[in-house]
Design a protein around this ligand. Structure first.
Ligand SMILES: Nc1nc2c(c(=O)[nH]1)N[C@H]1C(S)=C(S)[C@@H](COP(=O)(O)O)O[C@H]1N2
Ligand SMILES: [Mo]
Length: 496
């Protein structure tokens, strides 16, 4: 136990050094370096569940969990040193094991192939070993001057107290630094008194154009890239007449396009709100490709991003004048978390087909599959027709005098033709009124005033018809792998 506590205390110093390296020099921490592989090892449905239910908690939790995991391993190191008093050898073995084994297995290469990582881990393990050595030394002294009370608990010795104070302080420091690394954890979108929960937007429609700060965020990264404009370039290569290397200014100088468009994550479950709408400004992807001159035998594009994300797109989609590379969201510079400085704005597809932090476009005949496709997600990722009841909130008690029921519907590039509401669980359907939508590929708001025939409990169900006349399927499917299908249902209690 004593060895473990000493190791734990030394481990908290390790964390401080590691997190300081992250903040001061931008050196990625060990949890960040291994998390990518952990996410990849997570089966698609589980990751989808985490996204859906723990989106704004999941990643900070994973990060904190991995930090705590390091502390526990550090404690085990302390137990070893308690038996075998060679703190620097133990620290050194840990260091080598991390760099030569853990990081390569996590797909990062020896010491993540990075001098900063090698140095930061060396310093962190050095701090760890120093603390171990210090307490080793102290507790040997303690043991000799407190010989009459040999069985005094660790906490009663001066070493023990110092150990407690020291680890409390460094844990506190780690918490503060860790929080700085994670950034401000965004609050649940749409949460608040009148809503209460991810799937529960009521009692109103969402804002037609989502305020930028409420725009849903999904990325594979624990810590997203921060791109420096002075070094950022967009490279267009592969099967082109001439490889293009564009600066941010080059992109901004090209003819501008603006569109209002809804993005929805393929992980959005029925009734969920991993979807938002923005006013996007950028350039046509076709214009960029035309500058480079695409060879006639090319058939697809392969996108790469600053975070190692990748995606593919059929050349025909790339040539669609609605397919853009965007640099503004709602008239402002694209925020970091939405892909600054440039991202793809695809048409008719789920969010995953809209790479953020774009750095490269490779024109090709064949290409490796994209990041999420590699995890078993749909490769086309065409938006499924969805509809959602936003108000009244599920479980509401309403009056017999009548109630306004409404929500949103979305079918990507197919658009929405009609939304119907059933108040008998799906046997009969009432037409609803659609609000004019802000664009051809944005969500549509629907509502209908409903007069209940008598008091009681009513199951409400919504279904949409897309622009091609296809009625939304009632077959219930989980988000993985093709996007959720099935009807959103709520229940209302009607009183007199
Ligand atoms: N580079 C990069 N682009 C990415 C991702 C990512 O992890 N890395 N995630 C994708 C997914 S799954 C979605 S749903 C959208 C989310 O875009 P948003 O965060 O701007 O809403 O970005 C997509 N583009
Ligand atoms: Mo997504």
């Amino acid at each position: 136990m004593r060895g473990f506590l000493i190791g734990f205390a030394a481990g908290s110093v390790f964390l401080v050094v590691e997190l300081l390296g992250r903040i001061v020099a931008g050196v990625p921490t060990l949890p960040e370096l291994v998390q990518d592989r952990l996410v990849l090892l997570m089966p698609g449905p589980i990751f989808s569940f985490v996204l859906d239910h723990l989106l704004y908690l999941g990643k900070p939790l994973l990060f904190v969990g991995l930090l705590v995991g390091q502390l526990i391993l550090a404690g085990v190191g302390g137990v070893v040193v308690d038996r075998w008093p060679r703190p620097f050898v133990v620290g050194g073995i840990f260091w080598l094991f991390t760099g030569l084994f853990v990081l390569p297995v996590a797909g990062q290469g020896v010491f993540a192939g990075d001098f900063g990582v090698a140095l930061a881990t060396l310093l962190a393990y050095l701090g760890y070993a120093l603390v171990l050595a210090f307490y080793r030394h102290e507790s040997v002294l303690d043991a000799s001057d407190s010989s009459p009370t040999k069985c005094a608990s660790l906490v009663e010795t001066s070493t023990g107290r110092r150990l407690l104070v020291g680890s409390a302080l460094s844990l506190l420091a780690s918490a503060v630094l860790g929080k700085m690394v994670i950034g401000v954890v965004p609050s649940l979108p749409g949460s608040g008194e009148q809503t209460g929960g991810l799937a529960n937007i009521g009692p109103q429609w969402p804002t037609p154009i989502t305020p930028v700060n409420d725009f849903y965020v999904v990325s594979k990264n624990l810590v997203d890239p921060q791109v420096n404009l002075s070094t950022w370039r967009l490279t267009v290569g592969g099967m082109v007449d001439q490889t293009l290397v564009l600066t941010y200014d080059d992109v901004r100088a090209m003819p501008r396009q603006e569109t209002t468009r809804t993005l929805e994550c393929i992980s959005n479950d029925v009734g969920g709100n991993l979807m938002s709408t923005g006013r996007w400004t950028g350039v046509r992807l076709a214009d960029v490709l035309q500058k480079a001159g695409v060879l006639s035998s090319a058939t697809k594009l392969y996108f790469s991003s600053a975070d190692g994300y990748s995606e593919t797109m059929p050349l025909a989609t790339a040539m669609d004048p609605n397919t853009l590379l965007v640099y503004l969201l709602d008239g402002e510079q694209l925020p970091d978390k939405h892909g600054f400085p440039l991202r793809v704005l695809n048409t008719g597809t789920y969010g995953m087909k809209n790479p953020k932090w774009l750095t490269g476009i490779q024109v090709a005949k064949s290409a490796p599959i994209g990041y999420w496709e590699g995890q078993g997600w749909s490769s086309q990722a065409i938006v499924q027709t969805m509809s959602r009841i936003d108000f009244p909130a599920d479980g509401s008690i309403v009056r017999l005098s009548g109630v306004l029921v409404g929500g949103v519907a979305f079918a990507g590039a197919r658009g929405i033709k009609q939304v119907e509401l059933s108040t008998d669980g799906g046997s009969t359907w009432l037409p609803t009124t659609l609000q004019p939508s802000l664009g051809l590929q944005t969500w549509t708001f629907w509502s209908v005033r409903w007069q209940p025939p008598r008091p009681g409990r009513y199951p409400l169900v919504a279904r949409a018809t897309d622009g091609t006349g296809q009625v939304q399927t009632d077959r219930r499917a989980a988000p993985f792998p093709n996007g959720a299908t099935g009807y959103h249902r709520i229940s209302l209690q009607v009183i007199t």
